[in-house]
Write a protein that binds this ligand. Sequence first.
Ligand code: NAD
Length: 261
Amino acid sequence: MTTERRTAIVTGAGQGIGRGIAMRLARDGLAVTLNDLPGGLGALEATAGEIEAAGGTCRVATGDVSRPEDVEALDSDHAAAFGGLDVMVANAGIAVTARFEDTTAEILDRTLAINVRGVFNCYKAASARMIEQGRGGRLIAAGSVSAHKGGEWQSAYVASKFAVRGLNQTVALELGKHGITANLYSPGVVKTPMWDAIDEVVTTTENTPRGSQFAKMLPNIALGRNAEPEDVARVVSFLASEDSAYVTGQSIVVDGGIYFV
Ligand code: NAD
């Protein structure tokens, strides 16, 4: 890696964990492209404004990670603007909350298209550029505790996250010779709009008070609290840094002590 300013792309940076990661990497001194779907443009611009006000360097780019052409444009526009790519954070993902009997093949396909093909597209575009640059790089993606263990209401999501863990391990094996590492951050319960939506579906279906599904998780967390996006962003900061140079193929569980690998 170089001593010039390092750069990163963060997908799904309009809200939640991706927003926290983008803000943290910018604070670490990286020049960051914040990506989300076109509907998230306003949120991206608001976050970019905060980063710039704090002295950081960033730009925004909309695009759908499930579409290879969008991700190729995301990568090439980023490199044109910032002179290269050192860190890809494939964070964008969806969680469709449904009992297995209500999970359709369409739900499964949509989940795999974003959560697995999205990471695949990001790893493909970024690794091709990193190999060409010849200075290594960091591939990082959102895993989950659901990449290690089944979970009720989440059959499609769990299938997608197990797939991401397998993909990440294989990419790590194949690209190590280029100095490229591939790692997942695997959160447990993070207070984001994704979890608000999970809670809403479960509590509506079971006719229980709003917020009770989220609250039900807390006794299972050793540290006794849910995560904030910043808790996850700290670990991504490490994975993006020189300090993680000898870590690859891993899923780093960041869950306050729910699941022990
Ligand atoms: P979120 O739903 O709050 O935010 C996800 C962002 O990704 C949204 O802004 C959304 O617009 C964007 N996005 C969705 N599809 C996209 C696409 N096709 N292209 C580009 N952007 C897209 O979710 P979050 O809680 O911040 O989760 C972020 C990642 O962390 C996800 O991969 C998720 O599976 C994972 N994760 C979250 C938790 C949690 O507790 N919240 C736990 C484990 C893993």
